[in-house]
Write a protein that binds this ligand. Structure first.
Ligand SMILES: *Cc1c(COP(=O)(O)O)cnc(C)c1O
Length: 415
């Protein structure tokens, strides 16, 4: 029998366990394009409600930008819907190469290779360039896709405490006997919104003869003065050996990713990275849309400047209102609530007030670190943010958490 009753029982019990633990994820159906204002059906079956979106990675507000949509239409008209091929057989068009060249220029690297997603870029890159003689030394909070990519690679794995440069240096010293050392970090960490100390990481890598890898998915397009990413913010453009990033966040938000960096590393990915070799090419509509995105953001920094202003304003409003937020500069602004149920209750009440946010709790973040992660967009106007802050204050008062310290919140609600 293909699917015995005992299998169904075991799986059903597992799903029930997820529900009991309060970790069941329910999808919310959006009845609109992605943007600052969306219509959300939640719970399923209820009429769509108009809400302000504060939880998308639509940092530059380009996900539904008319010029990007127009460019995607042109891509569809001139290069078709799909290529029915992986890149190296018959899945590479002129526009793929054009987008890769534009990314290389934008990121300040030597070459770039597109992947179906950044998850795939991370799944392929380590195995393609490292072997048993080498070591990967990763920040302990790197993205899940990096963890998976490292698992697929035969090089030795090690980690350093989050953003702890002393610990990284110890690890670099410890691994001097290996052939190559690769330091691995996110540029902007997605849960706390903090920025990697790339300048210090580069200095340590130079001192101890190591390469540097950064995944800039939450930075490409808006971090740094001209939005090139964390390496620009930290003054180390041109020093990155490997950058991976996504087209699925600020850069249009559709899908696709890339490995960008040293010429030989990119070439080895083209020859050996399995998600490049064995998964379909990025669709022409997306490539055309992404080319337009890069044109737009290379011409003017207006959108990332608006995002920066929105971030400063939002952080100040939340702080002045008495919320406990993670300090920083990135448009990822976590409102700390510590208790998982409280995070879910606050998110639900905010939704009722017309603000769409999601509660994050274990295992997405550490136990006792539950929060609501708000994310700003250049598409937000001051009116959006003022309406959102009014809702946050109303709900914050209801739960008596305004002006309260971490300890006071935990005393009231537990961890
Ligand atoms: C979102 C994200 C990814 C995955 O990107 P996709 O292109 O959606 O696969 C990878 N790494 C980091 C750090 C991310 O934030």
């Amino acid at each position: 029998m293909a699917y015995p009753a005992t299998v169904r029982e075991v799986y059903s019990a597992k799903i029930a366990g997820i529900k009991e633990a309060g970790m069941f994820k329910e999808e919310r159906y959006i009845h609109a394009p992605q943007g600052a204002d969306i219509e959300v059906e939640f719970p399923a079956g209820s009429p769509p409600k108009k809400v302000i979106n504060l939880c998308a990675n639509n940092y530059l507000g380009l996900s539904s930008h008319p010029d990007v949509v127009q460019a995607a239409h042109e891509g569809l008209n001139h290069r078709g819907y799909g290529l029915s091929s992986v890149r190296f057989i018959c899945g590479t068009q002129d526009i793929h190469r054009r987008l890769e060249d534009m990314l290389t220029k934008f990121l300040g690297t030597e070459d770039t290779l597109l992947f179906p997603s950044c998850m795939d870029a991370n799944a392929g890159v380590f195995e393609a360039v490292l072997s048993e003689q080498d070591v990967m030394i990763a920040d302990r909070l790197v993205h899940a896709s990096i963890v998976d990519g490292m698992r697929l690679c035969k090089a030795m794995q090690d980690t350093y405490k989050h953003s702890d440069m002393g610990h990284l240096e110890e690890k670099l010293q410890e691994h001097q006997d290996k052939r190559f050392r690769l330091v691995i970090t996110d540029g902007v960490f997605s849960m706390d919104g903090d920025i990697a100390k790339l300048d210090q990481i580069v200095a340590l890598a130079e001192k101890h003869n190591a390469m540097v890898f950064v995944d800039d998915s939450h930075a490409s397009g808006f971090i740094g003065k001209t939005g090139r990413g964390t390496h620009e913010h930290c003054g180390v453009v041109g020093k990155m050996d490997i950058i991976t990033t996504t087209l699925g966040k600020a850069l249009g938000g559709a899908s696709g990713g890339c490995v960008s960096g040293r010429r030989e590393i990119v070439e080895l990915c083209r020859q050996r990275a399995r998600p490049y070799l064995f998964s379909n090419t990025v669709a022409p509509v997306i490539v055309s849309g992404a080319i337009k995105v890069l044109e737009l953001i290379s011409k003017t920094t207006e959108r990332r400047d608006t995002l920066e202003q929105n971030t400063i304003y939002w952080r100040k409003q939340l702080t002045d209102a008495g919320f406990d937020i993670k300090p920083g500069e990135s448009p990822i602004v976590p409102v700390m609530l510590y208790n998982a149920k409280l995070a879910q209750d606050v998110a639900r009440d905010l939704f009722a007030e017309g603000i769409y946010v999601v509660g994050f709790f274990f295992p997405v973040v550490a136990k006792g670190q539950a929060r609501i992660r708000t994310q700003l967009s250049a598409a937000h106007t001051k009116e959006h943010l003022d309406k959102a802050i009014a809702a946050f204050v109303k709900v914050g008062k209801k739960y008596n958490i305004l002006g309260k310290s971490k300890k006071e919140i935990i005393d009231m609600y537990g961890m």
